[in-house]
Write a protein that binds this ligand. Structure first.
Ligand SMILES: *Cc1c(COP(=O)(O)O)cnc(C)c1O
Length: 495
């Protein structure tokens, strides 16, 4: 029976459902399973049904939910909301595969977790005999916001508040959030970057004044600091591997590489846990944009955020403080919570930390880091389309560039699966410019032009944004984050 412990104090023990409801541990640490079982019947992991694999994987981590509850969560989440019954289809490239994670309601991979997290939350709510309203605070670099708003809209006993960097998301991403439906949602722009938004959310989760701001309201998070976000992301590592095995592209048991466009380190960490429960993975390739703090860390063992912050055409990766790295450090240090406390203190006080040499070596034998300029990102989009008529978004292009750098620099011929994390139509102006050299000032016009050029349909959820009224235009300075969160707690308490 997995017990969850905090990365900053392993004496804090909670059950899985409590970890989901709380989001973050009260000491500021992240919840991780104390020990990890393997899947009892590995034969289900090569199933051709995404939901069968999902039930098996989720059961390993959330065994305090009943099998019936997990079944209902899985079948409620992965249904016709996705535009393909495969849920996560793959596309073949000449030198690898694209794992297409953007067929859900908001056209980004965040849907794989945020269609199911509200269902876990409801089960956890019942198990916990909870009667409070759960205030779900969410920082977004662009895609989590809309996926959380869509997943939690009008879910009983919950209220969602999303904070996004005012000038740090694409035009389409911003509109997706500003037009969100639901009586329990609120969207606020912050004059700052993603790191400022995430810091506010983390600070609120541990702040006594926030926690006691309103009776009957408690704080949680829909960010990947919540373990309920990470577990569903483990599933597609298995489902994509199973597809390759069924196509005879790899033999069962033969290792593959996964290439992950990385921001908050959540997606790639799910790959790490997939490997821990038995998936044959050789390397996890961590791809960054110009905000290359992670590729520097993997090369040197020093994590240093004292550097410029760039806004790029892959905004969901414009992050310097990658929260989930803390989970990896905890795992790879053998659950050394004192070390993690020191490293995290050093990060917040000095802006950097350095890990011990042996830890650095074990991490960098599994994880390989690469980063990519804006020009090279544009070139990947253009040349993949020209060579193979495959359309990808800028985040996926960063990953593809990482794959190409990895193959060039190491000669590694392990089959590579690239995680394709968003639809190109979320970034229509940038992608259209990469393909044609022409700029287009209107996002909707760019969607149509991109669709005519490539023959790919515009996802209906994006095309219809044009017709929806803008509901949320509030903007705050980052200094006002905590007081605004307290005020929101009171608003929630007063219904
Ligand atoms: C969130 C996001 C990422 C980064 O994922 P992390 O889990 O934060 O590392 C990459 N690409 C897209 C399109 C995203 O929305």
């Amino acid at each position: 029976m997995p017990v969850y412990i905090s990365t900053r104090n392993k004496d804090i023990h909670v059950r899985a459902h409590e970890a989901v409801i709380r989001g973050l541990s009260q000491d500021g640490g992240l919840f991780v399973p104390e020990s990890i079982d393997t899947v009892p019947d590995p034969s289900v992991l090569v199933s051709d049904d995404y939901r069968t694999i999902a039930e098996a994987v989720i059961s390993v981590f959330f065994d305090d939910l009943s099998r019936d509850d997990i079944h209902a969560c899985v079948y409620g989440a992965y249904d016709a909301k996705f535009d393909t019954p495969e849920i996560v289809p793959m596309r073949r490239m000449s030198d690898g595969w694209l794992m297409d994670l953007w067929h859900g309601p908001t056209s980004a991979f965040k849907d794989l977790a945020l269609t199911i997290l509200p269902r876990f939350m409801s089960c956890a709510y019942d198990l916990d005999d909870c009667s409070d309203t759960i205030s779900i605070l969410t920082a977004t670099s662009g895609d989590t916001g809309k996926a959380a708003l869509s997943g939690f809209a009008d879910v009983p006993h919950t209220a969602v508040t999303v904070f996004y960097p005012e000038d740090g998301v694409s035009e389409v991403q911003k509109l997706q959030m500003q037009t969100a439906a639901g009586n329990n949602v609120c969207v606020i722009a912050v004059k700052g970057n993603f790191d400022d938004c995430q810091r506010m959310v983390k600070e609120a989760a541990v702040s006594e004044t926030v926690r006691s701001a309103a009776k009957g309201v408690r704080v949680s998070s829909a960010n990947s600091i919540n373990i309920g976000r990470l577990v569903p992301q483990i599933v597609y590592y298995f489902s994509s591997y199973a597809k390759l095995v069924r196509q005879n592209a790899v033999k069962a048991g033969e290792p593959v590489n996964f290439v992950v466009p990385t921001g908050n380190f959540g997606d790639i960490l799910a790959g790490y846990y997939a490997r821990r429960i038995g998936l044959p993975v050789k390397h996890l390739i961590c791809a960054s944009n110009r905000n290359n703090v992670l590729s520097d860390f993997l090369a040197t063992g020093t994590y240093d955020i004292r550097r410029p912050f760039y806004t790029t055409m892959s905004p969901s990766m414009d992050i310097l403080v990658s929260s989930n790295l803390e989970r990896l450090l905890f795992e790879e240090s053998g659950h050394d919570d004192a070390l993690i406390r020191d490293l995290m203190r050093s990060l917040s006080e000095q802006g950097s930390f350095t890990i011990p040499e042996n830890m650095k070596n074990s991490i960098s034998s599994l994880f390989k880091g690469y980063w990519c300029s804006e020009e090279d990102c544009a070139e990947e989009i253009r040349s993949l389309y020209e060579r193979e008529h495959l359309l990808i978004d800028p985040h996926t292009a960063i990953a593809l560039n990482g794959m190409h750098q990895h193959i060039r620099s190491t000669g590694d011929n392990t089959p590579c699966i690239v995680l394709s994390t968003a639809s190109a139509f979320k970034f229509p102006q940038d992608v259209y410019r990469c393909l044609t050299g022409e700029s287009c000032s209107d996002g909707f016009e760019a969607m149509q032009k991109l669709s005519s050029l490539t023959g790919e349909p515009v996802p209906p959820g994006l095309a219809q944004l044009k017709e929806l009224p803008v509901r949320f235009t509030e903007s705050i300075s980052r200094e006002h984050g905590i007081s605004r969160i307290r005020q929101r707690m009171e608003e929630i308490a007063n219904g």
